[in-house]
Write a protein that binds this ligand. Structure first.
Ligand SMILES: [Fe+2]
Ligand SMILES: [Fe+2]
Length: 322
């Protein structure tokens, strides 16, 4: 008889042990951010679509967005870590391999939050004063976690899959990024790869015990979560456009200022929503659980955001509806 394949939980434990890294010894290594290099690659920041920016201001706008990228990951991972801890508890007297996999994921998300806090400290020292992060991690986590597991796990799968897609498609191939900023997301990617596997296993486990009426409620909650995320992005984009304009070297007229603000919002919608919902694996998993009417509700809700994709994508964005 053939031995059965290791479970997703067992596979992630082995990979997690193999790639485990330390914040200071492996990632930061006494380095600071390089102010002469971009942080977020053009495929995510979309700064290349603002042709009137000088190279120095295009670089600064990528750094502002890169700072928010670090900070929003710290915010988002607060709820993801708390949910992973809850899920480990749900297996506590059952599959001990699943418990270990989810405890490791919790531990890694706690480490990532600490890494992102240290990075914000480094960026605050090297960038002009006046930057402001809008969402507060515990407030956002409480709002997300007030929803049922089906929608929270669908959102988490979306986020952790776009984390991987951003690294593979845009960050890894970019040669002009600050070496520390790029390394952070290389190391982060190596641990997030396991999280996405666990998210999928946990989402499908939750879906298997969800009836049609509950799944309908889950779809409504998921649409609400995306809408709440968009509200956060609108507020942060407005703040970041203000901070950029206060510190940019060029002078921009009112029309250009509005185009900058609109472009930052478009970039954030691409980074945190559209690149996730069009990610092929996410579409395959999510839509495998949905009926036609549920899929249509999600596509209709996402329709107004679908403009937020790069004019020249690093990869072809898939359709909003699978
Ligand atoms: Fe993480
Ligand atoms: Fe993660």
């Amino acid at each position: 008889m053939l031995a059965s394949a290791p479970s997703p939980y067992a596979r992630t434990i082995a990979a997690s042990r193999r790639v485990r890294w330390d914040i200071e010894d492996d990632v930061i290594r006494g380095r600071a951010f390089d102010a002469h290099r971009k942080f977020l690659p053009d495929g995510l920041s979309l700064v290349g679509e603002l042709a009137f920016l000088s190279p120095a201001d295009a670089r600064f706008l990528s750094q502002v967005q890169g700072r928010t990228y670090v900070n929003l990951f710290a915010v988002i991972e607060r709820y993801i870590g708390a949910k992973a801890l809850d899920l480990s508890r749900s297996h506590a007297l059952g599959d001990q391999v699943a418990v270990e996999a989810l405890v490791r994921m919790t531990d890694e998300e706690l480490k990532h939050q600490e890494l992102f806090r240290q990075l914000e400290g480094l960026m605050a020292r090297s960038m002009p004063a006046g930057y402001r992060l809008v969402p507060e991690p515990n407030v956002l986590a409480q709002a997300v976690l007030s929803n049922g597991d089906w929608s929270v796990l669908a959102l988490t799968l979306c986020i952790e899959l776009f984390t991987l897609a951003h690294y593979r498609a845009s960050i890894a191939p970019s040669e002009d990024l600050c070496p520390l900023w790029k390394d952070v997301y290389r190391f982060h990617w190596t641990e997030e790869a396991q999280h996405a596997v666990l998210d999928e296993a946990e989402f499908l486990r939750e879906d298997a015990r969800t009836d049609e009426a509950a799944r309908d409620r889950g779809v409504t909650e998921l649409i609400g979560l995306v809408s709440a995320m968009d509200g956060v992005l609108q507020a942060q984009a407005k703040e970041d456009a203000r901070y950029f304009l206060e510190n940019a070297s060029g002078c921009y007229d009112a029309g250009q200022q509005q185009r900058i603000a609109d472009q930052v919002l478009k970039a954030y919608r691409w980074q945190y929503i559209v690149s996730g919902v069009t990610e092929p694996r996410f579409q395959k998993v999510l839509f495998s659980t949905l009926g036609d009417a549920q899929g249509a509700r999600i596509a209709e809700a996402l329709g107004p955001l679908s403009y937020a994709a790069p004019a020249q994508p690093d990869r072809d964005p898939g359709p909003v509806l699978h």
